[in-house]
Design a protein around this ligand. Structure first.
Ligand SMILES: [Zn+2]
Length: 408
């Protein structure tokens, strides 16, 4: 049993401490962890005597994965672009021709809430089937008032209708929508729509906790990103940032300056960015699924981030264009082979550190008394086999708040 007990978030050498209990047991009551420790000790507790026993003999138990970066709601895959990319077109070339994010926007605007919900529910079942119990979900494929509010309302509805907890993020600043692109002042006008209209509306309806911006070449500048995130802060939406994925824009420094909860991607960061993150409480969320799916060679400098002392998290970035996966175990495999993180570091990054980036580390992300009983059981003998086996699913059982939500 990997408890991940102790202080969170973890930096440096602390990422390797999994708090392992051999032959462990966890006592669950009313959805919470009532006791955790060596099985003989937990079984002797008076409260354990009448408990229903679930024997997972020989398997590995750990906290349910926390996926801190997903684009849950979209209406279709972009498999046709996948093929174009294999044939040599770059992600940015496809985007310039109206593909990429704008392609997903067009399809989402035409889809009904029911269609979007059906697709999202199927995805949520797959998240659970791979050991994930909490996800963050971003809007950003609507890019007009009605469509963005439709996505955020779906986050809320889905959170209430199915077991996986959904943390909602407003990403109106994903790209400039097509109807604003023909005018010289189009991107400024769109930023104004976000800051003066959408952000106040999202906030007053309680539709999001976070505000995110895609700060990159072809999306929003550092100055525009600051404008959007500052408006978010004024309306009690904590910043997160898509930073330095395609080019270095200074987004990391902006994230630290604004006290962002996380700063995600980071393929293009430099030494000063790494040092700034290490001194801050802004989580460096790495998304290796993106680089893998796009066939890119440059991954984020995970080792330097860990060794310098940044709080590193891992996420799927589940989205139709650059990372179509719900599998955190696959992300752990990529973290090990491509980011050179050890299996222990990767597991910490996908549990307690990710929970911290969502402001939920006191409730989820480790197996400790009084925390929510969110756990995953893998059908392996050694936790290192979770990333070691890649492209196959060894998740055997997933529990959310004491209820089984997936069983192999
Ligand atoms: Zn993303």
């Amino acid at each position: 049993m990997l408890t991940l007990r102790g202080r969170g978030p973890r930096r440096g050498a602390a990422l390797s401490q999994l708090g392992i209990i051999k032959d462990g047991a966890v006592l669950v009551r009313d959805g919470r962890i009532a006791a955790v420790g060596p099985a003989p000790k937990v079984e002797k507790l008076a409260a354990a005597r009448k408990a229903e026993k679930m024997d997972v003999a020989g398997r590995v138990v750990l906290p349910g994965f926390v996926d801190s970066h997903t684009h849950l709601i979209h209406s279709a895959s972009r498999a046709e672009e996948y093929e174009l990319k294999i044939q040599g077109a770059s992600y940015e070339e496809i985007a310039r021709k109206g593909g990429g994010i704008l392609n997903s926007v067009k399809k989402l605007r035409a889809a009904t809430s029911q269609q979007l919900k059906r697709r999202a529910r199927a995805a949520l079942e797959l998240f659970a089937a791979h050991g994930t119990t909490t996800i963050e979900a971003k809007s950003g494929y609507g890019l007009d008032v009605a469509s963005e509010l439709k996505i955020l309302s779906l986050h809320k509805e889905l959170g209430a209708e199915q077991p996986i907890e959904i943390v909602s993020t407003f990403l109106g600043a994903h790209v400039v929508p097509v109807e604003f692109r023909n005018k010289a002042t189009g991107s400024e006008d769109y930023v104004r729509l976000l800051t003066d209209w959408l952000i106040p509306e999202v906030s007053s309806n309680g539709l999001a906790e976070y505000c995110d911006v895609f700060c990159d070449r072809g999306a929003f500048s550092r100055a525009q990103s600051k404008q959007v995130l500052a408006a978010g802060i004024d309306h009690k939406l904590t910043p997160r940032l898509h930073a330095e994925q395609l080019s270095r824009t200074g987004a990391t420094q902006l994230a630290v300056e604004l006290g962002a909860a996380s700063c995600d991607h980071l393929e293009q960061i430099n030494g000063a960015d790494i040092r700034a993150l290490a001194k801050s409480n802004t989580v460096a969320a790495l998304l290796p699924g993106c680089d893998f799916h796009l066939g890119l060679r440059q991954y984020a400098p995970a080792r330097k981030l860990i060794e310098t002392g940044a709080i590193v998290a891992l996420a799927t970035d589940y989205n139709p264009g650059t990372s179509p996966t719900m599998s955190m175990p696959m992300i752990l495999s990529l973290a090990c082979t491509q980011l050179r993180m050890t299996p222990a570091e990767a597991i910490t990054a996908a549990t307690i550190n990710a929970a911290y980036s969502l402001g939920r580390h006191k409730r989820i992300g480790s197996l400790e008394v009084d925390k929510q009983a969110d756990l995953a059981v893998f059908d392996v003998e050694d936790y290192r086999e979770i990333p070691y086996y890649f492209g196959v699913n060894t998740c055997w059982l997933t529990m959310k708040g004491g209820h089984t939500i997936h069983a192999a």
